[in-house]
Design a protein around this ligand. Structure first.
Ligand code: NAD
Length: 351
């Protein structure tokens, strides 16, 4: 065994009702004036946070949007400076957390993240900013939230369809962490348990979205999967999704959902241990088929076609995916990727 494991520096407060500890947590950060960030759709939740913070709230910036446009990031930074903020509270999914990260990158403001989806961004030092239509991503320790409050009650409003695809997005982080070139036993343990928690919790959420135990299980899984994303290098699946999302403007979580069983099948032969762990976590005989079956049970989209991908773009997508080599259990072959994309396009079972 030889590996490098960087322990996670952040503080996590977990559990239903834990938002009640917000004021204490802001105090522990040594902050006095928080700028609250959210999307326009979650402005009411942001106002609730502002009310809880009282004197410690410097303002609300409810303009986060998908993919963190540089203009929005600049506006948020300017607003933080204008109101004299000494920390940012990001309440929402990956888009809002992403905006918080863009603010932290330039201003070094500490971020307190309050996730409301299962995307896992709050656990990573990975940021993305879109400029001139191109999304640039990078890693920087400054963007990692200092504190994360996981309150499953905040996910009760997450629609079931989004809960399912967001949960599959999280599972994708853990699947790739298990066969990553820099995988390690700690992250693998977290990955397997993350998949197990989501595979158990998501179907329960589909049956009863108000089931707080199921919501807690999903959020716990999302946390572990986010740590897995941060702790390892992602491969084929994430590269493919990045290409498809960026080039064809496909929705983030849904694209991850559709591609995951196919990318898993692609790598199956060269990553037997990872496959055993994924299958075990799913309670399935086969990892890729088990993921596909979970998606059938959850009723998620299963074809790129249904997400608006043009069939005429498949060749271009295969070219792009095969263009830049990167570490992957099975070498990236253009013809094999094209077949993978074809299966994903038509929503066939993974091969
Ligand atoms: P999102 O943040 O874009 O949210 C989608 C919509 O759902 C928004 O309108 C949001 O306001 C709403 N929403 C969120 N939580 C809700 C709730 N509980 N109730 C009702 N509505 C709610 O979606 P996402 O999938 O969480 O994030 C996707 C983005 O995050 C992508 O841009 C992706 O690249 C990024 N991401 C980054 C990382 C990372 O480590 N940097 C990891 C995962 C995802």
């Amino acid at each position: 065994m030889q590996f490098i494991y960087t322990s996670h520096p952040g503080r996590v407060v977990f559990g239903a009702g834990s938002l009640a500890h917000l004021d204490r947590e802001i105090g522990l950060l040594g902050a006095q004036r928080a700028l609250v960030l959210s999307t326009p759709e979650q402005a009411a939740q942001a106002e609730d946070i502002a009310a809880r913070l009282g004197q410690r709230c410097a303002g609300v910036f409810a303009r986060a949007v998908m993919h963190v446009p540089i203009e929005t990031a600049r506006q948020a930074r300017e607003e933080a400076a204008r109101v004299g903020a000494d920390c940012a509270v990001a309440i929402g999914g990956g888009s809002t957390t992403g905006l918080g990260k863009a603010v932290a990158l330039e201003s070094a403001l500490p971020i307190l993240a309050i996730p409301t989806t299962y995307a896992g961004s709050e656990m990573t030092a990975i940021y993305g900013i879109t400029e001139g239509g191109l999304k640039k991503t990078g890693r920087d320790a400054r963007v990692l939230p200092k504190t994360v409050i996981y309150d499953p009650e905040l996910t009760l409003s997450l629609p079931t369809a989004m809960s399912a695809t967001s949960g599959m997005n999280a599972i994708a982080h853990a699947v790739e962490a298990l066969y990553a070139v820099d995988a390690n036993p700690i992250i693998s343990m977290m990955s397997e348990d993350g998949i197990r928690a989501l595979a158990k919790g998501l179907p329960q959420v589909m049956r009863n979205p108000a089931d707080i135990e199921a919501r807690s299980l999903c959020m716990y899984g999302a946390w572990l999967c986010g740590v897995a994303l941060n702790g390892t290098s992602m491969a084929l699946h994430h590269k493919l999704c990045h290409t498809l999302g960026g080039t064809f403007n496909l929705p983030h979580a849904e694209t991850h959902t559709v591609v995951l069983p196919h990318a898993t099948a692609y790598n199956a032969k060269a990553a037997p241990e990872a496959m055993t762990r994924v299958a075990r976590a799913l309670g399935a005989a086969d990892a890729a088929q088990g993921l596909y079956d979970l998606e059938v049970a959850l009723g998620t989209p299963r074809s790129l076609q249904a997400l608006g991908m043009p069939e005429s773009g498949l060749d271009n997508a295969a070219d792009l995916a095969a263009a830049n080599p990167y570490a992957n259990p099975v070498p990236i072959g253009r013809a094999a990727i094209r077949r993978l994309l074809d299966n994903a396009f038509f929503g066939r079972a993974p091969v």
